[in-house]
Design a protein around this ligand. Structure first.
Ligand code: SF4
Length: 340
């Protein structure tokens, strides 16, 4: 179901009592920043929008949107002349395509202020409109002597990403790729679980439990970072707990920025299958091993071996692995693992 599209800066009301990830508690709804035109707001230079149905009709069921149109919020009209970036890639200027009027200072001041405001909203990530001189995340055209190079970043998105380097960000166009989509949404939910942990004033034991529950999910992203986080959790006792939680969180989100691969998923699946071995008979073990091999070969999607593992773990009440977030890191209704 599409939700009402909010005006710039507005937030969509939460649906009451929505459960997202069974193992998490308080506010499980994601809170995401988004370029307003992607929600269907008619804020583009030509008075149109770039409504993205996946965002509003599918992901939107789990999201409280914080929509931002930098150009309109910075005082530019609808409709307006289109703008583009010119000059240096690192510090481009924003100018009108026809008038060559310079909007750079206005947009930089707005961006600095709005980015500070967003810090108070506890965002889990951001979805930007691709290619925009204000919102584009990468490969935005920057003109030098009339010639475009696709190497820039929008002025607002650059300020946002510099201020929040560990927050997951994506462009709507890249979310058409099933692998990028799954990876991004997995990061968003990882960030939300992390925030829930932090808001609960965790003890050292809570931090260890959090890390333990994420073991195989971390392994599927980065075995190296997983091991480093394990060493940190085991040996951080000289740090105050708040400092330890903060350090862990930064490294935890950095681990999720490393993309999963079929090989790393296969490794995680085999580890979990190893825990199940003693509970399964010869036939079940062989069937599970074959499905993991089929996934590794690209014959079946990830959801297939995961479903069989979940079945065995639930039926045999297998300890340790039953609490692994890896088995369901995001709502099954999104069907993200049906396509990777
Ligand atoms: S891309 Fe950004 S600046 Fe342009 S209309 Fe959309 S929200 Fe506004």
């Amino acid at each position: 179901m599409a939700r009402d599209v909010p005006s710039a800066c507005a937030k969509v009301p939460l649906r009451a009592n929505r459960t997202i990830v069974p193992r998490s508690s308080p506010r499980q709804t994601l809170r995401l920043g988004v370029s307003s035109c992607l929600l269907g707001s008619k804020v583009r230079f030509d008075g149109g929008h770039k409504h993205d149905r996946f965002l509003t009709d599918t992901l939107g069921d789990y999201v409280e949107w914080v929509s931002v149109c930098p150009e309109v919020e910075a005082g530019m009209s609808i409709p307006r002349e289109s703008v583009r970036l010119v000059g240096s890639v690192d510090e481009p200027r924003m100018v009108g395509v026809r008038s060559e009027r310079d909007y750079t200072l206005r947009m930089r001041r707005f961006s600095a202020r709005r980015v500070r405001e967003l810090a108070t909203l506890d965002l889990d990530g951001y979805v930007f409109k691709k290619g925009s001189p204000s919102c584009g995340m990468e490969r935005v055209r920057v003109y030098q002597r009339g010639m475009p190079s696709r190497s820039g970043r929008g002025i607002f998105s650059a300020a946002f990403m510099a201020a929040y380097p560990l927050l997951p960000v994506e462009e709507e166009g890249r979310l058409n790729d099933p692998s990028l989509r799954e990876n991004f949404i997995e990061r968003l939910f990882a960030h939300r679980r992390w925030r829930i942990l932090v808001d609960g004033h965790p003890t050292r034991r809570d931090l260890i439990a959090f890390h333990t529950a994420h073991k195989y999910l971390l392994l599927a992203h980065s075995p190296e970072r997983y091991r480093a986080l394990g060493r940190f959790v085991a040996g951080h006792k000289r740090l105050r707990i708040q400092a330890a939680v903060g350090r862990y969180g930064a490294d935890f989100m950095a681990a999720f920025s490393v993309r999963t691969t079929r090989r790393k998923h296969t490794n995680a699946l085999q580890h979990i299958a190893g825990h199940c071995r003693e509970y399964l008979d010869h036939h079940d073990r062989a069937e599970l091993a074959q499905l993991i091999a089929d996934y590794h070969s690209g014959l079946v999607p990830l959801i297939v071996p995961i479903t069989l593992l979940r079945h065995h773990i639930a039926r045999n009440d297998i300890p340790y692995v039953s609490d692994q977030v890896y088995l369901q890191p995001h709502p099954k209704e999104l069907m993200l693992r049906n396509h990777v």
